[in-house]
Ligand binder design. Structure first.
Ligand SMILES: Nc1ncnc2c1ncn2[C@@H]1O[C@H](COP(=O)(O)OP(=O)(O)OP(=O)(O)O)[C@@H](O)[C@H]1O
Ligand SMILES: [Mg+2]
Length: 243
């Protein structure tokens, strides 16, 4: 069984003088699997994460299923039917997202930031936030606002928030790009350990080849083709698992 199964998925980005096309012929991600998403800047890592996060509509999809529970959801069909409510519910329940720069709400305390995905789903109040904060080393920061935390602390809060509602998959978009190497090691280790502890799959986007190499994760990478046309440049990025 695959958590995610994609066949023949295309996403186009059109901008004046520049066209970008992301293509996935075949990609499956198993429940609880951890995989690195690598590729140079502009190759489409964030675009692919947005597709997997059910946040961005594919232009074509022969097959796009998401199976977090017993029944698989036909994501391609939901986009086709413009079933944005159903997609939003799937996303809220099953996806955790760690953006490059934390993406915390400045006006909420650290506690409320971590608790937000649970509140959106009306999950019962328990000790989840405290427990996660403890494990991620930010238990003493819960009453502060994000602006008063270090960048590394903010990244750890973002990881706690991504896990708080027990998602099936965590998508981390270069979560260590803005921290020093030592903090990056800590943040990456916590991300790996915590997703494993929660049984969540992880897609870790990174252009830090050395770090990905050291982690020994299976890799998804793009094959990039550039074509000069009369309308400008067309970049085609085909993502696949590396052998
Ligand atoms: N909203 C948009 N409209 C038009 N083009 C876009 C849009 N967002 C991204 N693109 C283009 O899509 C391509 C892929 O961008 P994307 O952000 O997915 O790359 P990336 O691999 O995440 O890069 P980085 O490592 O710099 O974060 C780029 O050519 C970018 O210019
Ligand atoms: Mg990106």
């Amino acid at each position: 069984m695959s958590l995610l199964s994609l066949r023949g998925v295309t996403k186009r980005r059109l901008a004046p003088g520049a066209r970008f096309e992301l293509r996935i012929d075949e990609l499956d991600i198993a429940p609880g699997e951890r995989v690195a998403l690598i590729g140079e800047s502009g190759s489409g890592k964030s675009t692919l994460l947005d597709l997997i996060a059910l946040a961005s509509r594919p232009d074509e999809a022969d097959r796009f299923t998401f199976q977090a529970d017993t029944a698989a959801s036909d994501v391609a069909g939901l986009w086709q039917d413009e079933a944005s409510d159903a997609l939003a519910i799937l996303r809220a329940q099953h996806v955790g997202y760690v953006p490059q720069t934390g993406g915390l709400f400045a006006f909420l305390t650290v506690f409320d930031n971590i608790d937000l995905p649970r509140r959106l789903l009306a999950l019962p109040t328990d000790d989840t936030v405290e427990r996660l904060a403890e494990r991620l080393g930010v238990a003493d920061q819960l009453r502060k606002k994000p602006a008063t935390l270090s960048v590394g602390q903010r990244q750890r809060v973002a990881i706690a928030r991504a896990l708080a509602h027990g998602p099936s998959i965590v998508l981390a978009d270069e979560p260590t790009a803005s921290v020093d190497p030592a903090t990056a090691d800590i943040v990456t280790d916590l991300l790996l350990a915590q997703t494993q502890e929660h049984g969540a799959a992880l897609v870790l986007a990174s252009h830090d080849w050395g770090r990905v190499e050291r982690l020994g994760l299976p890799r998804i990478a793009p094959d990039i083709a550039r074509e000069q046309t009369s309308d400008g440049v067309v970049v085609r990025s085909t993502f696949a698992r590396q052998p």
